[in-house]
Design a protein around this ligand. Structure first.
Ligand SMILES: [Zn+2]
Length: 329
């Protein structure tokens, strides 16, 4: 096997070889190198090189299976030789990439590229959220929320009219809440249904350890956090000051500007329904950018992302709310 790729060009060349794709998938799915049947768990199914499928000798349905089964690639007609370079592109581009660019780079239709990118974003979501952030004697957590709205000038007239109605009803902006851990420099962010006290505080309780120091602006939904959790809550008044010594929310605000720049520059029209996945992509990019302490390169970042593809799936029906129109390629 040739050595693993370090650049986009090497990745495209490397993954154009089906055997390299197979070995790569084995290495991320089974670190011990032993392939296991996704249906019954039996080890070492037979590899059928012509069909490019495995065969499990245990008696059950679907004895033949590909390495895509049980991953976000399951049931996709697109080969791993295209999926893997597409994943490389999306995790390593600095400011986002459009489905048109991906389509051109790997040779699929724009519609297929759009679908592939949403599946990949789904895989990037929820990375490393098994433990809470912060806690006593740790650096503070910055918390903030922002509204993400559509761009009327980019819209077709019929959508603009719908937007007008939404503005009248004050439902045109989707709210996103974010938290930046100053100790680990990691961000978590999610779409929230509203900015009520209960909603914001539930997110805080789900993600932040009691006793943590938290910084917010003076939005009153952050007041009266449960006393039992012993949060140390400091606020900055954005009407008078942006920074009060250490007390500010500029880290998370920087994240918002990166998110909005990506949405504006690359993703022409983002439906609120899809925003969660664009946020996940930006969180992944922010949390996995190279720093002095954490000098990740493109190859490392790709592997971090690919470790998450196992066990995650997003079907076209879930994505579009439609049952038909599966893109073939
Ligand atoms: Zn089996």
């Amino acid at each position: 096997m040739a050595s693993e790729p370090k650049t986009l060009l090497e990745a495209i060349q490397y993954f154009s070889d089906a055997e390299n794709c197979r070995q790569f998938m084995i290495s991320i799915r089974w670190p011990d190198g032993i392939v296991k049947c996704p249906y019954c768990g039996k080890e070492n199914p037979a590899w059928m090189p012509k069909a490019k499928l495995y065969f499990c000798s245990a008696k059950h349905e679907k004895q033949k299976f590909s390495l895509k089964v049980g991953t976000i690639f399951e049931e996709s007609p697109i080969r791993l030789e295209k999926w893997l370079p597409a994943a490389w592109l999306i995790v390593n581009c600095k400011n986002g990439i459009s489905s048109y660019e991906v389509a051109r780079a790997i040779g699929v239709t724009q519609k297929s590229a759009w679908f592939m990118m949403h599946r990949l974003r789904e895989a990037l979501a929820g990375a490393g959220i098994t433990v809470k952030m912060g806690g006593p004697d740790r650096e503070p957590i910055e918390i903030d929320e922002t509204g993400v709205g559509p761009l009327p000038h980019r819209m077709h007239r019929s959508r603009r009219l719908k937007l007008q109605t939404a503005i009248t009803q004050r439902t045109h902006k989707v709210q996103v809440m974010g938290m930046l851990d100053r100790e680990t420099r990691q961000v978590r962010a999610q779409v929230i249904p509203n900015v009520k006290r209960e909603t914001l505080q539930n997110v805080i309780l789900n993600h932040i350890e009691g006793g943590a120091t938290i910084y917010t602006d003076q939005f009153n939904a952050y007041d009266r956090l449960p006393a039992a959790k012993e949060f140390i809550h400091e606020t900055v008044n954005h009407m008078q000051e942006y920074v009060r010594g250490q007390v500010h929310t500029q880290g998370i605000e920087n994240f918002w500007s990166l998110l909005k720049r990506t949405l504006r520059g690359t993703y022409v029209a983002v439906e609120p329904f899809h925003l969660e996945r664009y946020v996940a992509e930006q969180v992944f990019r922010f949390n996995n950018h190279a720093t002095k302490e954490n000098p990740l390169n493109d190859s490392d970042r790709f592997i971090v992302a690919m470790m998450q593809v196992v066990g995650k799936r997003l079907t076209y029906a879930e994505l579009t709310g439609k049952q038909s129109e599966r893109p073939a390629n």
